[in-house]
Design a protein around this ligand. Structure first.
Ligand code: ZN
Length: 137
């Protein structure tokens, strides 16, 4: 059984969502299929479908939000890698037992109809990892 199915998306931190939408539309030759605010994270997100994976653009709605802080520290660029999993709780348990430091021990509702949880970059050689599981009705 697969633990991790695929790279679901790459999250990219941007300062200006409208500017980045236009840029990625030009780059990929397709418009975003969705734009969505996630209030709990203080972000506006845009999604582009690229084959079986996606690009998620993230812009902060507040300077002190997680993306605002990231850009202040590191500038714009790749923010996280998201892996698609079938059973997010099981994967969180597995990663915790493997010694990874979890930011979220319980999955929360993210953008694009997903349950999500993050693994701390301190425990992954500097890469913020997101696990996500499609919410099925
Ligand atoms: Zn993401």
């Amino acid at each position: 059984m697969n633990h991790i199915n695929k790279i679901e998306h790459l999250g990219i931190a941007v300062k200006d969502i409208e500017h980045a939408n236009a840029l990625y539309e030009k780059l990929l030759g397709i418009p975003p299929y969705k734009q969505e605010a996630v209030e709990s994270e203080a972000v506006i997100t845009s999604f582009f479908q690229v084959g079986e994976s996606k690009i998620e653009l993230l812009a902060s709605t507040r300077e002190d939000g997680p993306i605002g802080k990231f850009i202040a520290k590191k500038g714009e660029g790749i923010h996280h890698i998201a892996f698609d999993v079938d059973d997010i709780k099981k994967e969180l348990n597995r990663l915790e037992q493997e010694g990874f430091q979890l930011i979220n021990t319980t999955p929360k509702r993210g953008a694009d109809n997903k349950l999500v949880a993050f693994v701390h970059p301190k425990s992954t050689d500097g890469v913020l990892i997101e696990l996500c599981q499609e919410i099925t009705p």
